[in-house]
Design a protein around this ligand. Sequence first.
Ligand code: ZN
Ligand code: ZN
Length: 389
Amino acid sequence: MVRRMSERFCYRCGISENEGGPLIDGLCQVCFRKENPVLLIEDEINTELCQNCGSYKVKGTWVDPKTYNLEELIFEVADNALIENLALNERVKSIKIAPREELEEIEELSIGTAHVSFQPLEWHVEYFPAIINYEVEIKARIHEMQKELHHEKKIVTVYVRQTVCPRCQKFLGGYFEAILQARAEDRVLTKEEKDEISKLVEEKVDEIMKRDRMGFIQDTVEKEEGLDFYMGSTAAARKLAQIIRDRYGGSISEAYQLIGQDRITSKEVYRTSVRIRIPKFRKGDIVCDKKGNVYRVEEVNGKGMLLKNLLTHESEHKDWKSAKRDEIDTIEHERLEAMTTSLTPREVQFMDMKSYETFELEKPRFEVKEGEIYKLIKVKGRYYIEEKK
Ligand SMILES: [Zn+2]
Ligand SMILES: [Zn+2]
C-alpha cells in the first residue's frame, strides 16, 4: 500500500492541495481568500458638511469644497468620506482608486497592491441627512502564492449630515480678531476712494480665504474718515493692508487694544488694528517741493506719483522715497482763467477773465498761442500756466 505522506488538505473545507492548492497557511486558495478578506470598510459611514459654507473635513481639517452646487457638493463630501474610511486588510500596502471599467480589466497585481472602484447605486440628496448607497469593488493580491486575485464587492451607505464648521460658528457668532482701518493721511477718504477700496477688499478677500479660512470679513463700517473692516484673522487684515498700499501707496501701522483675559490660560487677549493710510495726494493736486518747484499731480499709485512741473510742463515720476526726501507737499494756491493778449519773444501778456486786469509772464518753454484762454495757478504771488482751457 502506497501512502502519500506528503498529501495535505485544507483545514477549513478539507479539499486536497492537489485540487484546491497550493495551500497558504494551511488553507486552500478559496478558503484563504475567504478567511482573509481585503475590503474591511464599515457598512455605514457618517459624515457632515457645513451648512453655512459647504466645507467638510479632510483628514481632520476643514476644507472648502470644490463645488457649491449642493448636489455635487454632497457627492464630493460622501466620496471623500468613503475614501477616508476605506479600511483594508493590513497586508495591502498600496491602494489605487480606479474607474470601474479599469478595474474590470485587471488580472494581475503585485503583492500588497489593491485597486478600488466605487460608484453610487442609489441616493437621495434632496434633504438632510443625504443618503448615498455605493457599490465598492476591489481587486487585490496579498500573498505571493495566490493564484487568483481577491475580488470583493460591498454596498456601503454614506450619510451626509449638516453641521456648522468652527469657522462659521465664530463668524455667525460675530467674532472678529482684527480691524483693518483704511484711511488717508491728513484728510478723509473720498466717496470714490471708499468705493474703490471696498471693491478691492472684496475681490481679494476671496483669494485670501483660500489659504486662510479665518480671513473673512465680519462687518464693514463706513466712517466719515474712512472704512473699518472687521476681520476674522489678523494675517488677512495685514495682507489686505499691503494690497491697498500696493495700489495707492501709503503707510501701515498696527495698534493693540487689550480686550480681556483668556479664561483658560489667563493670558491677556489683544485685538489688533491694522491701519493703512493712503497718501494725502490725489490726481489734480497742486504740490511743491523744498526747492519751490510747483507741480500738478498727474497720477498716484503704489510706487509713487507722476508730477507735471508747471514751469516746464515736463512730467517726472517720483517714487515715494524721493517724494519724501524732496518734501513734496500740497501748497495753497488760487486758480484763475486768463487770455493771452500779446506775445513778445520774451513775454506773454495775459488778461484775467474776471477782473480784466493784465499781467506779464516770462514766455514759457512750451508753446502758447495768442487769443486763447488758459487755466492759471497762482502760488505765492507767482503765476503758472496749468493748461489750455
Ligand atoms: Zn478550503
Ligand atoms: Zn462653515
